[in-house]
Design a protein around this ligand. Structure first.
Ligand SMILES: Nc1ncnc2c1ncn2[C@@H]1O[C@H](COP(=O)(O)OP(=O)(O)O)[C@@H](O)[C@H]1O
Ligand SMILES: O=c1ccn([C@H]2C[C@H](O)[C@@H](COP(=O)(O)O)O2)c(=O)[nH]1
Length: 254
């Protein structure tokens, strides 16, 4: 049985009594097994958050050319094909029946990404286990499309995971875009399962993101937030990424 203790490190490594899961650039994980501690350095983590088709994957592709960063895009291909089944497509067809199926699988695959071993000192992820719960599960529940029992089971799972496993995030980059822009881009991207997404769905997701990351009135925000306005064309977005490069790579919003 392994016990995980996460300690915040500034310049020198030391074991601290309390777990601090944000505001650090460098962290060390002590796994305790029987009688000994094993020391691992874990990479700092930047999560790119934003509405559907706001430009997250495009942003990650841009930063994938930077050395010392490992980019992890959302495992959408898994969500579209798990042992021959398509939970993403099923959820859009019948959210009340399949919402829990998709979100359980997303929770697992996101946890896997947070915990995956990488060789680079920095991990840049598309979304997080937090937005899966605080945005997408919440939206299904609030819109009356997820039965209360499904929401309760998913919530119990999420709480167990976040209380028992350290899932550190150092910086959230929020690509803030209007739902209208996302709707246009979504139609352009033309993913089969998403053809039925109405503007209202993107508006609801947008509102949940704003409450979480801008107003900070809904759920715990696990890291500082850097907001980048994402309605601009690609060239202007690249300029913004360059202007913010240092802040992003140092894991800081200031
Ligand atoms: N700044 C932009 N201007 C115009 N189109 C964009 C921009 N960023 C991304 N796109 C296009 O919009 C669609 C969605 O972008 P994507 O990066 O896949 O979004 P996400 O990963 O957030 O769902 C893609 O077709 C992409 O080529
Ligand atoms: O927790 C989640 C995360 C994502 N989705 C859906 C939303 C989109 O249809 C796809 C992929 O999202 P992108 O924003 O295009 O990367 O997955 C979900 O339903 N629940």
């Amino acid at each position: 049985m392994y016990m995980y203790i996460l300690c915040s490190i500034s310049s020198t490594a030391s074991l601290c009594n309390t777990c601090i899961t944000s505001h650090f650039n460098y962290a060390t994980l002590f796994t305790y097994s029987s009688h000994m501690y094993i020391l691992h350095t874990i990479p700092s983590t930047i999560c790119i958050e934003g509405n559907i088709a706001s430009g997250k994957t495009t942003c990650l592709e841009y930063f994938s050319k930077t050395s010392n960063i490992e980019v992890l895009t959302e495992p959408v291909s898994k969500w579209r094909n798990v042992r021959g089944h398509n939970p993403l497509g099923l959820m859009y067809q019948d959210p009340t029946r399949w919402g829990i199926t998709l979100q359980t699988y997303i929770q697992l695959t996101m946890l896997d990404q947070h915990l995956s071993t990488i060789s680079a000192p920095m991990r840049m992820m598309e979304r997080s286990i937090y937005s899966a719960k605080y945005i997408f599960v919440e939206n299904l529940y609030r819109s009356g499309k997820m039965p209360e029992v499904d929401f309760a089971v998913l919530s119990e799972w999420f709480e167990w995971i976040t209380q028992n496993i350290a899932i550190p995030v150092d910086l959230i980059v929020y690509l803030q875009s209007s739902p209208q822009t996302c709707h246009e881009r979504l139609k352009e991207r033309c993913r089969e399962e998403e053809k039925i997404i109405p503007l209202e769905y993107l508006e609801a997701i947008h509102q949940l993101y704003e409450d979480w990351l801008i107003k900070k009135t809904s759920f715990n925000v696990p890291a500082p937030v850097l907001v980048i306005s994402a309605d601009d064309d690609l060239q202007k977005m690249i300029l913004q990424y360059e202007e913010n490069r240092e802040k992003i790579l140092s894991g800081s919003n200031v």
